[in-house]
Design a protein around this ligand. Sequence first.
Ligand code: XUL
Ligand code: CO
Length: 446
Amino acid sequence: MSRAQFIGNREYFPGIGRVQYEGPDSDNPLSFKAYDPDRIVAGKTMEEHLRFSVAYWHTFCADGADPFGPGTRHRPWSVSNDGMENARNKVDAAFEFFSKLNVPFYCFHDRDMAPEGDSVEESEFNLKTLVALAKERQEATGVRLLWGTANLFSHPRFMNGGATNPNFAVVAHAGAQVKAALDATLELGGQNYVFWGGREGYSCLFNTDTKKELEHFARFLTMARDYGRSIGFEGNFLIEPKPMEPMYHQYDVDAQTVIGFLRQHGLDQDFKLNIEANHATLAGHSSEHDLQMCVDAGMLGSIDANRGNPQNGWDTDQFPSNMYDCVHNMMVVLAAGGLGSGGLNFDAKVRRESTDLEDLFIAHIGGMDAYARALVIAERIVSDGRIDAFKTARYSSFEEGDGKRFEAGELNLTDLRDIAAANPETPLESGKQENVENLINDYMFS
Ligand code: XUL
Ligand code: CO
């Protein structure tokens, strides 16, 4: 791997070099304690397993503004009055950051990379111009695009939705943006293309025809799929579920809702899911639950790695640091055979109070170390096999006799009645939850 330290016109993170693995005893906050990209775990390097990615929007666009106050961060790549100049500087800052962090992937929305113009043509031109620059930087650094997407939620025209907007003229604008974002993703060799619902949902049922909006959504996704395939995009299309925020009711509530929707509309061959941890918890699930639902359906595409705050119900997009969550997520991923062409994208932002440039590095390093540790622990759990053996034993009654015939579809409801009548009350079988939970702690801390 020979990646440049910085390759633009100026250095945006002076004093910070390439982040190195220094091991668990290092007290350098700008080093990896656990993420050793070339370390082999179960036949693959850590880099190959984890496929880390940086989110362009949080790391290079957001300034810390919240509903109670303006931004707290003044980034040196965002100081010009000329939006295109800032955008070019942002590309330089971004690729310097990716290189120094030694991360193999990034993700972006069209509007993160290039400002919207005064017309569709100007917006397309702006995006193409910046994509050409990003392509040069990709080639110079070896950093690749995990996924691209279109921002169909920031511009006021999208206040009532993009593809599900009640006004067709807005749906057409959503289409123009997705077309250009698909072109950009293809041009940059993106491995996936993401649809997060944005404002695809509603706030008030009195003024909303949900049936029509969901049919429009399916139509729109089908058109995007057809266009993507027609230009030669071979990657996965991904839907990213989220139950609320910004709309009260988002249509892509959770993994199972999205899987059902994709199957209903014949989109399940081209689409998979991008599961974001904090979205799953907003839906009242855990991230491992939504991941498992995707794995069971053969539709796990990628992960937006972050965490919420257990004390409130917002999408706080914090960097992942809870080891129980990370380990459990990696157990599901490893048992499923890995992330495939997906990755672990840090859809996470530093806190509004974290105003130093180096905080961007420290935050990502923490997330990468958390998942590297989780990979090692999860690999131990999965390869040791005790948890798996426990699960298998729990379902052993389906391995033979009537249980086997039930699974094979050879019994009807009357057969079940007769089998029950012929059998005395079955002894209770303990679920042993505490036992398996204790086992996880043993793996994590011994
Ligand atoms: C919003 C969110 C998005 C998607 C991409 O909650 O997660 O940033 O990941 O649009
Ligand atoms: Co996300």
